[in-house]
Design a protein around this ligand. Structure first.
Ligand code: C2E
Ligand code: MG
Ligand code: MG
Length: 758
């Protein structure tokens, strides 16, 4: 018989829910007194003489009115099977409900059996009600905590599944992969699994990657260090995917490494976005040839390879003579057709020369198609903007062969071409630069090849020249500028201009970028001129330190004036990241000017990754640990691989303005920007578009859901003193733009910016 005051039924407000105790004891008097004592302490109690009388609902864990604690006579409970004969016929499970055993003073055996079978605690039946209540309170509290833990575990698992991340433990003894729901969903298991054998896991990994996986895990275990590995995987359903596995060895209680614990992350979307982007940003859409970006990247690789082996690399710039005449007389479409025909002709001639070994620059027969050495050594043709092409000769043993190659290319171009039914004659000139003689970076080699090309142009069509530095004039001017730059900081000639970055949808200021200006002899030297010089001379480190201090001082001044500038970003050169002092400079500036670290942002470029990556990574982590935001500038112009990108602790990515400029110009351009934005999103970074100059670009970006923009359309860089005015203008625009009742006023403002948000 059940003497209950609490009928198990769902309660509307879980916050008001009192703990429900099911009390089962054959002694009716004791039961009634115990129930009274518990009720007196705020518990709901269902008291029964036997388990059969317990209402089934009270033991069902899936309803809110389930018991929080079962207090049961040791003689009545079959704790070992965690089942109770409930109701008329079938037994019901009391599964996870904690059990407090009631026992007599001499029931040692029953107590021991019950505890072994997982009862939570015992109470020697007595009238010490305070003691009973305390024990019940403790067990209810523990049950609450366990429920909370399970709920947060469940929340975490759901978050992981939606972020395509899972956790796992790989047990080295049993060679079993124990994974979270997220892990198994990534691996494509439909039915719920919690563990699979190592062999089952390996069946998903292509055979040729087993070795990489074994050696990474073996090394991690032997050296007791974490490891990270990107792997292609064939999901259970057969689809291919890319995952990143990060794990570290864990020791058991004996101190031996017993498992690898880690996370598995689905990288498929990011890898796809990167591949699309790489394809789009590395090829010229008209001819399909590598574009300038790709050419520079290949050239950088060739220079690095040549440096290792003490070899030479040639860069040839080719420019068509009077090509504008074709465009003007036959039209743009015919001009495009001509560019394609010329590209084909150059590629054909290079292939012919490769067959004879000539365009490898060493004059020896080629290594045959498919040979890796030949592939690396063969010349690469690229299309630069306009009517310019470039050829990279990665391995030059004899300069004479480069001469012969260029001569052959120019001569072959001279053959008549039929464009739009008209026979045309195209001629070209070329300039050549050589690594290491004429420069040691891709950019410099191409610039010097261009300057040799300009020289060749002066000598008439079909001529070509090797780069020859202009005697000293250039060098002297540079030296003068450098000595001026050395004194610029102490003379106070450097200053920072600030360009706002705006959330165009809400019209809010996201932050400002600090851009260096040098006032020298009454003229403003643009950063594009003095920053490269400062980089070459190493002076850029001092300039970077000055910029951090100056920007921090300015933030404090604005703060003191009551101006809320959300964030100021400072550009830091690649070289500077290799100096251990960088984080210190930032920390000192933050402390000196009492800034919250989130107010300072550091912009770095992709070239950081090409240099000493591990050192750069260390510097970036040190900065991030200070709370400074890191942003990857000019994104897309460098050559960052996804595996580097994912390891950078960056929070923001700035799409270079050379891509933004393509918006509205070509479908390919649009696809490039879309791919960059998708990549940024898949890496969960904030994406900012740089160099937004017109409404069409801004609209296109909004269509791609890129709301953060920087560019002349929104605001030019201004002196610190003008920023309050600029901010007021941005705020006013936002107010007017959101004021839907004042179209006339909006139109009066006539700002292009309104055209964007309307
Ligand atoms: P950045 O970091 O990409 O800065 C943006 C540049 O784009 C700035 O040029 C800015 O004036 C310009 N810009 C902004 N909106 C537009 C637009 O709509 N159209 C066009 N055409 N340009 C726009 P700026 O100030 O000449 O700086 C050029 C580069 O010099 C910067 O590019 C940055 O790489 C470097 N730089 C500037 N200040 C510093 C500095 O303090 N330290 C270092 N290491 N580099 C700096
Ligand atoms: Mg920048
Ligand atoms: Mg930039």
């Amino acid at each position: 018989m059940s003497d209950s005051t609490a009928t198990p039924s769902a309660r509307p407000d879980p916050l008001e829910r009192r703990a429900l105790i099911v009390l089962v004891d054959g002694d009716a008097d004791w039961r009634a007194s115990a129930a009274g004592a518990l009720r007196g302490h705020g518990y709901d109690v269902v008291a029964c003489g036997s388990l059969k009388e317990v209402p089934r609902e009270a033991l069902r864990q899936d309803i809110s009115r389930a018991a929080d604690l079962l207090v049961v006579d040791a003689a009545l409970a079959d704790v070992a099977t965690r089942r109770a004969a409930v109701g008329e016929d079938q037994p019901a499970s009391f599964g996870d409900c904690p059990v407090l055993i009631l026992a007599g003073a001499r029931d040692d055996d029953a107590i021991e059996r019950a505890l072994e079978a997982d009862a939570a605690d015992f109470f020697i039946r007595s009238t010490h009600w305070q003691l009973l209540v305390e024990r019940v309170r403790r067990l209810c509290h523990m049950a609450d905590m366990k429920r909370e833990l399970l709920a947060s575990h469940d929340r975490l698992a759901r978050a992981h599944t939606s972020a395509r991340v899972g956790t796992f433990d790989f047990d080295l003894g049993s060679r079993t992969f124990h994974g979270s729901t997220g892990s198994f969903s990534i691996l494509g298991f439909d039915s719920p699994r919690t563990a699979i054998s190592a062999d089952e896991f390996l069946r998903l990994v292509p055979r040729d990657r087993h070795e990489a996986l074994f050696s990474a895990t073996d090394h991690a275990i032997r050296a007791d260090v974490p490891f990270a590995l990107e792997l292609p995987l064939r999901k259970v359903g057969g689809d291919w995917m890319t995952v990143r596995v990060e794990a570290e060895p864990r020791r058991n209680s004996n101190g031996r490494i017993a498992m690898l614990r880690g996370v598995i992350r689905d990288m498929t979307e990011s890898v796809r976005a990167e591949r699309d982007m790489e394809r789009l940003i590395s090829a010229d859409p008209l001819t399909g040839l590598p574009n300038r970006n790709r050419f520079l990247a290949l050239c950088t690789e060739a220079v690095a390879e040549a440096r290792r082996h003490g070899r030479q690399v040639a860069v040839v710039a080719i420019d068509l003579d009077r090509f504008t005449q074709i465009n003007e007389s036959l039209g743009q479409v015919a001009g495009d057709e001509a560019i394609c025909a010329i590209a084909e002709r150059l590629a054909g001639e290079l292939a012919r020369l490769a067959g004879s070994g000539q365009c490898r620059g060493d004059g020896r027969p080629g290594g045959g198609p498919g040979s890796e050495a030949a592939a690396r050594a063969e010349a690469v043709l690229a299309r630069l903007p306009g009517d310019e092409f470039a050829v990279l000769v990665p391995m030059v043993l004899d300069l004479w062969h480069v001469d012969a190659m260029v001569d052959a290319l120019l001569r072959d171009l001279g053959r008549p071409l039929t464009i739009a039914g008209t026979e045309c004659f195209v001629t070209a000139c070329a300039g050549i630069a050589l690594y290491p003689r004429d420069g040691d970076t891709a950019g410099l080699l191409l610039a010097h090849a261009d300057s040799a090309l300009a020289d060749a142009k002066l000598r008439g069509s079909r001529s070509f020249r090797w780069y020859a530095p202009a005697p000293n004039v250039d060098a002297r001017a540079r030296l003068k500028m450098l000595s001026g730059l050395h004194k610029a900081i102490e003379r106070g000639e450097l200053s920072l201009s600030y360009q706002p970055c705006v959330d165009v949808v809400h019209g809010t200021l996201i932050g400002v970028e600090a851009l260096a200006r040098w006032r020298h002899h009454g003229m403003v030297v643009p950063p594009t001129e003095f920053i490269p010089l400062a980089e070459q001379s190493g002076l850029i480190v001092q300039i970077g330190e000055w910029a951090i201090r100056e920007a921090s001082r300015q933030i404090r001044t604005w703060r003191d004036q009551g101006l809320r500038v959300p964030k100021v970003s400072v550009n830091i050169s690649t070289l500077h990241f290799e100096k251990p002092s960088l984080a210190e400079t930032v920390r000192d500036a933050i402390v000196e000017h009492r800034l919250e670290p989130g107010m300072l942002e550091i912009e770095l470029t992709e070239s950081c990754m090409v240099r000493d990556f591990s050192r750069t990574l260390g510097a970036l982590h040190a900065l991030r640990d200070l709370g400074v935001v890191l942003s990857l500038d000019d994104f897309g112009t460098g050559y960052s691989s996804l595996s580097y990108l994912t390891r950078l602790p960056i929070g923001k990515l700035k799409v270079d303005r050379s891509f933004v400029r393509l918006l509205g110009v070509s479908a390919e351009g649009e696809a490039v920007v879309r791919a960059i934005i998708a990549l940024g999103r898949s890496l969960r970074l904030q994406v900012v578009a740089e160099g937004v100059e017109d409404v069409a670009q801004a609209r296109a970006l909004l269509g791609m859901k890129c709301h953060a923009m920087q560019g002349f359309l929104l605001a030019h860089p201004v002196a610190a003193s003008q920023l309050p005015e600029e901010m007021a203008r941005i705020a006013e625009r936002a107010r007017l733009a959101s004021d839907r009742t004042a179209p006339a006023r909006r139109a009066r403002i006539g700002s292009a910016y309104h055209g964007v948000v309307q």
